[in-house]
Design a binder for this molecule. Structure first.
Ligand SMILES: Nc1ncnc2c1ncn2[C@@H]1O[C@H](COP(=O)(O)OP(=O)(O)OP(=O)(O)O)[C@@H](O)[C@H]1O
Length: 302
């Protein structure tokens, strides 16, 4: 069996008294898109930057394309998109991409890449004069122009408008289709669900769940509605078939799980009518990745 593109075992990273990564184990398969999700401060960037060779681990092992991340030969094989850009401020983005392309044996065409990411008319603009979203796209282009075997994208669509976000998603889809392994971090659950083969949710520097998007969200459906906050869930549950669960999360948003079908729907609407409650936006849906994420990592702000 082919070894993973990235293999992390028992990784620990400390900054003084803060343990940012606390025994994290994960692997990212070859030719797949792996998304690392986690609340602010969960340890995503620390983990990714150790894989990129920018930070040193305090304990554990990390292998990137089978090699230690500090090995110089990885530079030609791995593309990196940093949160902070990493492009010299005075450099024109077209010039920067051409330079990056020259470091690689079989680069993508920089002109076509600029066009694809909507940067053609900004090719001669110094990096520091570009908008945040344009700078973000330049960093993305720089990460992939060398046609890497593996690419790390740290929050690639943060601050991008919907058009640019879609262009980025298409690019990631094409990378995957051409056999490139992609490891990305994101706070956008829809993006992770749409793009990834494998999702790893981390919190407090450890993996709390992982799997395919479908295995994480499950096949179970939920009935959801909005109504005034503080309805008696005990009374509602008493009216529902055994095995059902009901919760209010956040206030005024009700979620019922169990044998979700017409009978349950009828019971809920009848109960609401008897209580004089108007149930708005009543719908039957699958659990979303965001539901799973919040269940696993809580609602507390970090
Ligand atoms: N250079 C540093 N010095 C001190 N503490 C740091 C340093 N870098 C990160 N930390 C701390 O380590 C923890 C993990 O940070 P990290 O940037 O890895 O999280 P993250 O999951 O990428 O967060 P975000 O989603 O906000 O980007 C945080 O508590 C952060 O404050």
């Amino acid at each position: 069996m082919e070894s993973p593109a990235v293999e992390i075992v028992d990784l620990v990273k400390r900054y003084g008294r803060t343990t940012a990564v606390d025994g994290l184990t994960l692997s990212a398969a070859h030719g797949a898109v792996t998304a690392i999700l986690g609340p602010n401060g969960a340890g995503k960037t620390s983990t990714v930057e150790i894989c990129e060779g920018f930070r040193r681990a305090d304990a554990g092992t990390v292998k990137v394309l089978g090699l230690d991340p500090s090995r110089p030969e990885l530079r030609a094989r791995v593309g990196v998109m940093l949160q902070a850009g990493g492009v010299p401020p005075a450099t024109r983005c077209g010039q920067w991409l051409r330079l990056m392309a020259r470091f690689h044996a079989h680069p993508l065409d920089p002109v076509a890449l600029l066009e694809r990411l909507g940067l053609t008319e900004h090719a001669r603009t110094p990096y520091r004069r570009l908008s945040g979203g344009q700078q973000q796209r330049v960093s993305l282009a720089a990460a992939v122009v060398g046609r890497p075997e593996l690419v790390f994208l740290d929050e690639p669509t943060a601050g991008l408008d919907p058009q640019a976000r879609h262009a980025c998603w298409e690019l990631v889809g094409d990378l995957r289709a051409s056999g490139v392994s992609v490891v990305l971090t994101t706070h956008h659950m829809d993006e992770a669900e749409k793009l990834s083969d494998h999702i790893v949710i981390i919190d407090h520097g450890r993996v709390v769940a992982q799997g395919t998007p479908a295995s994480l969200t499950g096949a179970e459906r939920q009935l959801r509605f909005r109504a005034r906050p503080g309805l008696s869930l005990d009374e509602l549950l008493a009216a529902l078939p055994t095995g059902s669960t009901a919760k209010e999360s956040p206030a005024g948003h009700y979620i019922i799980e169990g044998q979700v079908g017409p009978a349950l729907l009828a019971t809920v609407t009848a109960w609401c009518a008897a209580e004089g409650v108007t149930a708005d936006d009543l719908s039957i849906e699958r659990r979303t990745l965001e539901d799973v994420f919040l269940e696993l990592t809580g609602r507390e702000l970090r």
